[in-house]
Design a protein. Structure first.
Length: 247
């Protein structure tokens, strides 16, 4: 009963605040992405236990993970649409730099249709399935905003050819009734300010409502081919099969 009342409160707040923002739907949100230290520890421990991996390789990989750098992303919101992308790194050091492990691919979303398109390098544009969220009743403050917790299970595909699920925890605020968030984490009654996954976290560090700078929305071109997640998974399986043949 208490959870139902909290959900009803969130809905009422969203409807009331939506009136305030009805004339000002544009925004630019900056997120900081970081790899989860617990994930790093477990990954490195598992790597150290692999007897078929050379010690030098183990040390290099562990060094990459322990010295991972934060990544920064921007979410541009304009009316019914959003565009999320990685900001260019200012790091000028040479060599491989480990990032947040949260993906570097841009995402385009359209709220009214629930459309989520991931712009990948090798497979083109992929239509993502929206996540199903449930509210937990947990509440906390992020800066000056009252935020509510929601959870979902994200279905992922391994290069080894099997599906697996990972829990996603989102913190959103109805005080900014823009139903968007980073990556494919949208569809909640308010702006998503924080995301937690097993590998990474994404946290809003700057919220710019009605920005003076141009809001950038890069949408798929008309009649451009967009494949399904299942089609992309089949392509991954084919690539991995070819690699095994070449070994």
């Amino acid at each position: 009963m208490m959870l139902y009342l909290k959900q009803l409160t969130i809905l009422v707040c969203s409807l009331l605040l939506a009136t305030t923002y009805a004339q000002t739907p544009n925004a630019i949100i900056t997120y900081k992405g970081e790899i989860n230290p617990k994930y790093v520890d477990s990954f490195v421990t598992a790597l150290e236990n692999k007897k078929n991996v050379a010690m030098g390789v183990k040390q290099r990989v562990a060094n990459h993970y322990y010295n991972a750098r934060p990544e920064y992303f921007e979410l541009h919101i304009k009316g019914d649409e959003s565009y999320y992308y990685t900001l260019p790194s200012l790091d000028t050091e040479e060599g491989y730099i480990m990032g947040s492990n949260s993906s570097i691919f841009p995402y385009y979303t359209e709220k009214s249709s629930g459309k989520i398109i991931e712009y990948t390098t090798h497979f083109g544009k992929i239509a993502m399935t929206p996540l199903k969220w449930h509210l937990t009743g947990e509440v906390k403050k992020i800066g000056k905003y009252t935020c509510y917790q929601a959870k979902s299970s994200e279905r992922l595909f391994s290069r080894r050819g099997f599906y697996y699920n990972r829990q996603v925890i989102a913190w959103f605020t109805p005080e900014i009734p823009l139903n968007f968030g980073p990556k494919n984490y949208i569809g909640l009654p308010g702006l998503v300010l924080e995301i937690y996954r097993d590998k990474f976290s994404l946290k809003a560090i700057e919220i710019n409502l009605n920005p003076e700078e141009e809001v950038k929305i890069i949408k798929p071109k008309k009649n451009e081919k967009i494949i399904t997640e299942e089609e992309s998974h089949a392509m991954i399986s084919e690539i991995e099969a070819e690699r095994k043949k070449d070994r």
